[in-house]
Design a protein around this ligand. Sequence first.
Ligand code: ADP
Ligand code: MG
Length: 680
Amino acid sequence: MEQLTQPVTEVKGIGEARAEELTDLGIHSIRDLLLYFPYRYEDFQVKDLTELKHDERATLEGKVHSEPSLRYFGRKKSRLSIKVLIGRYLITAVFFNRAFLKKQFSIGQPITITGKWDQHRMTINAQHVTFGHPEKSETIEPIYSVKGEWSVKRIRKVIQQALIQYSNVIEEILPIDLKAQYKLIDRKDAVRWIHLPKSHQHLKQARRYFVYEELLLFQLKMQWWRKLEKERTAGEKRPFNKNEVHAFIKSLPFPLTGAQQRVTDEFLIDLSSTYRMNRLLQGDVGSGKTVVAAIGMYVAATAGMQSALMVPTEILAEQHYESLTQLFLHEDVSIALLTSSVKGKKRKELLQHVETGDIDILVGTHALIQDDVNFNELALVITDEQHRFGVNQRKVLRKKGINPDVLFMTATPIPRTLAISAFGDMDVSTIDEMPAGRKPIETYWAKHSMLDRVLTFIEKELSRGGQAYVICPLIEESDKLDVQNAIDVHVQLQNFFNGYNVGLMHGRLPSDEKEQIMTMFSENNVQILVSTTVVEVGVNVPNATVMVVYDAERFGLSQLHQLRGRVGRGDDQSYCILIADPKSDVGKERMQIMTETNDGFELSQRDLELRGPGDFFGKKQSGLPEFKVADLVHDYRALEVARSDAAALIYSKEFWESQKYKLLRGWLFEQVDEWDDKLD
Ligand code: ADP
Ligand code: MG
């Protein structure tokens, strides 16, 4: 190991000047050089023609079967083609702008061609040609990312030299038993083969090795951090009365679903244990997260402590306040609402009651995290739609208590691989079951030209007694964007729908007006609500059965799914109609996915595949680790395995003492320095 931490100048052929150039690539030590992996490979292995897919890059071996034919177009451009016999097949090989090759072909001569295969034309668009049989050695060439003075060839050369000198001293990090269990190759072979694979089999094994190593190391770090966290921030036991809590659950207007029950149990175990809860509760829209939160807040209240529930919008705060008031109607629990609309004397009084502990549950928006909001004893902090808040906002709220238990709720289901990587330091509870009797929402994708039919459909639903949302991407007309705006659509629909009330809602209305229009909609005094995405999160009007989204291609998948979740909350069949003429393939695919699945988890998995992990959370919040080889989308099974292996190691005595784990431990200790600036 020590040898590998030496500077790259120890490698033959690397002097001071080259070493300096290598720092541009982030390479300082010999180890850095050995771990500078190719990002892709050029495959010169001869393929069987019958196995090729259209557009695949491949190398083929055959015999020249015709005189070459050469055509010029323009002054410098040329196209040279020959027939090549490959086994029993006659194909065409095409060379662009390489007229000079013409003289080199002779009929019957063996050649090896690498290029892109066109299945339909039985043609290979050749990039390389060698005369004679293929060289058997370097048939898979590594391609490195390079810049500045470096070319792929040059970097390849120095890495190969480093391998010759040092690959034998590469030590094993992974313990023997784990390596045996997963049939992983030695680390030194993995390093060699990732740079110089002799076959696809080699490459596969090298990648397999590093996928596991990377994920295990990452998970070790996470799990250890979590263990330390647990020890460092011992939480409080909440002395609650189990019977009371069970009686409360029994008194709810509906039985809990199995998933709600399971998640509630996990939650209650946390509350009654001495460690500080740090839990993510994820469940699809309408899966009933609120009631689970309510049970937790009930527990805190019966233990004589306070809870805070922070939500991103005022509408949502009001709605949560309403439904909690309803749930606690017959309980001795006091609830209050704090938003920026609560002002002056009323606010002052309210804050006093919070400070003395007269109020058990405080529901609100960002108003909760203002300086002058003080609690008597804040034991439980819950944020709904957690992705809408920044890390700091959540932290400020948490700091208002002494080691409060923390629950994050999200209706944007996060694919499990991302959940356990980005939130590896949290416990994750998942509600993966809908309350009984819910009918799946029928989703349709309509072109703008079908608007008349859509409106007629809405009318039919209204005459049946239902209500509808119509969502527009913009509030008012814009010169820049040719999309529907709420203000104009509101006018149009008022004209179209005689005898029904059409309401307008958007983020720029004063909050009392918003509240008023929302109340009118939920009491069915307004039948159609034209709105921007302010109704996206949480809003609950069970009588609404139609969700129409104008210019749906402007919204992301999870946002569309959230919008769709505004309907399907009652007993009637609900519909979601997406009006879109997407121009891009991704846009089309999104519409397709929406019509194919109602399941938020499946949807988020497909969104992840469509967008890749980096984009999934948006840049700002990602907090996702970067891996060289492992891939969060495809290697999720390995990730789960690594996670449980890591946990087992961290909690075993042997790991901390045995010689067997010395290197792994050493690696882990090296990481500690990085932790200061970790996510909260
Ligand atoms: P979300 O998870 O989206 O926050 P909510 O908590 O708002 O979902 O619940 C959606 C609706 O389902 C609410 O009207 C709620 O009263 C109802 N609900 C929750 N749990 C159940 C259940 N177990 N059985 C029947 N209805 C339920
Ligand atoms: Mg909710």
